[in-house]
Design a protein around this ligand. Structure first.
Ligand SMILES: *Cc1c(COP(=O)(O)O)cnc(C)c1O
Length: 368
């Protein structure tokens, strides 16, 4: 009985909720017959890619008849020099999304538990479910990862814990003190993955990178970084993990040989060398953040203070109609209902003119 897929597919796939991506600008413009739309939905860098990254990609164009270097040798060399960490500790992937999949494929058996804060990045749940894992979202406390509650949820079956720092969609960080306490009590059978996709934007000094625990010799820690956000290369798909050589070698076993394409490797090498572009991206972000804070305060809207390049803000009413009306004005944001916060939206901090267009449109569609 049942259809071909119902009879034959792995049962795990029926539990999966597909990822909800931000709509591309072209799609919105095409569907609504408008121009000049701005996308503030996927936390991309509004300044565009680094010129050094573009030059490197240009150089590589004539070589795309060749397979890429499966070891990402030159990029790993540069990353090793950048961080002062041995190159054997680095793993490169087709975006950090792929790394989440590879980590899960390496470690999670059916029935194993994967813990993370809720709401957070939806891929943690998706990857665990694909492998037949038990995925457990532990509610945030005051919009922050509640590491004490996550610690209490650990069992003998817990394999992976994600700490998204800063957290997507709230932009909140975990305090150094809370991480210290958590790491002190961490059982050895659990791999802790610090997802630091937005770490380049952090301005507070009250948090700590997972790198600190690798430096202290922890054998069950992995740190994820990406070129998609501050480094401005989301379209190339490239991210990396930093961990022990032992874990790196294990994860490499499940990885496809040519998972990171040739242009992505070159673009990343260029982007990593452009500290000026990162600096400029940080300052545009701080400027935009402060502008949006002021505007939200003037509108009497509560927001979560952010350490990333987006703000989670409470509209005080159902977000869906506002989201749709904003779209018609050519402003694409993310709704909070997918994170179980139906009166919130998540807006990516843009360039000054984009932030102003967003605020102008928000006031118009809300009639305030
Ligand atoms: C955007 C994002 C990523 C992954 O991005 P990639 O483009 O796959 O590198 C990972 N984690 C979080 C929390 C993100 O927001």
């Amino acid at each position: 009985m049942g259809s071909f897929v119902e009879r034959n597919a792995r049962p795990e796939i029926f539990n999966l909720k597909p990822y909800v991506p931000g709509k591309p600008v072209e799609e919105v413009e095409r569907e609504l017959g408008i121009t000049g739309a701005v996308k503030m939905a996927s936390n991309e860098n509004p300044l565009g890619p680094s010129p050094l990254a573009m030059a490197k990609v240009q150089e590589g164009i004539s070589k795309i008849n060749m397979y890429p270097d499966s070891a990402c040798y030159y990029l790993r060399q540069d990353l090793a020099a950048f961080y002062g960490i041995d190159e054997d500790c680095f793993l490169v992937s087709n975006g950090s999304d792929e790394m989440l999949r590879l980590i899960t494929e390496t470690f999670v058996l059916p029935g194993d538990e994967v813990l993370y804060g809720k709401p957070s990045f939806s891929e943690y749940e998706l990857m665990a479910l694909i492998m037949g894992g038990h995925s457990i979202g532990v509610p945030l406390k005051d919009m922050c990862f509640d590491l004490a509650a996550i610690k209490n949820a650990i069992t003998d079956r817990t394999k992976l814990i994600y700490i998204c720092n800063p957290n997507n969609p709230t932009g909140s960080i975990v305090s150094r003190q809370d991480i210290e306490q958590f790491m002190k009590e961490l059982p050895e059978h659990v791999l802790v993955v610090f997802d630091e996709a937005y770490f380049e934007y952090v301005t507070a000094d009250s948090t700590v990178s997972g790198l600190e625990y690798l430096a202290r010799g922890y054998k069950n820690v992995m740190v994820l970084r990406t070129f998609s956000k501050a480094y401005g290369l989301a379209g190339l798909r490239i991210g990396y993990g930093i961990t022990t050589p032992e874990i790196a070698a294990a994860v490499n076993r499940v990885s496809e040989p040519f998972n990171v394409n040739l242009l992505a490797q070159l673009g990343a090498i260029g982007a990593l060398s452009d500290s000026q572009h990162i600096q400029a991206s940080r300052s545009v972000n701080i400027q935009g953040r402060d502008y949006l804070y002021r505007e939200f305060e003037a509108l009497g809207m509560n927001y979560v203070p952010t350490e990333a390049n987006f703000i989670f803000v409470d509209l005080g009413r159902e977000c869906r109609p506002v989201f749709k009306a904003l779209m018609k004005e050519g402003v694409i944001v993310r709704t909070g209902d997918i994170f179980d916060f139906p009166t919130y939206i998540r807006v990516t901090i843009g360039k000054p003119e984009e932030n102003e267009k967003f605020i102008r449109s928000l006031k118009k569609v809300m009639g305030v």
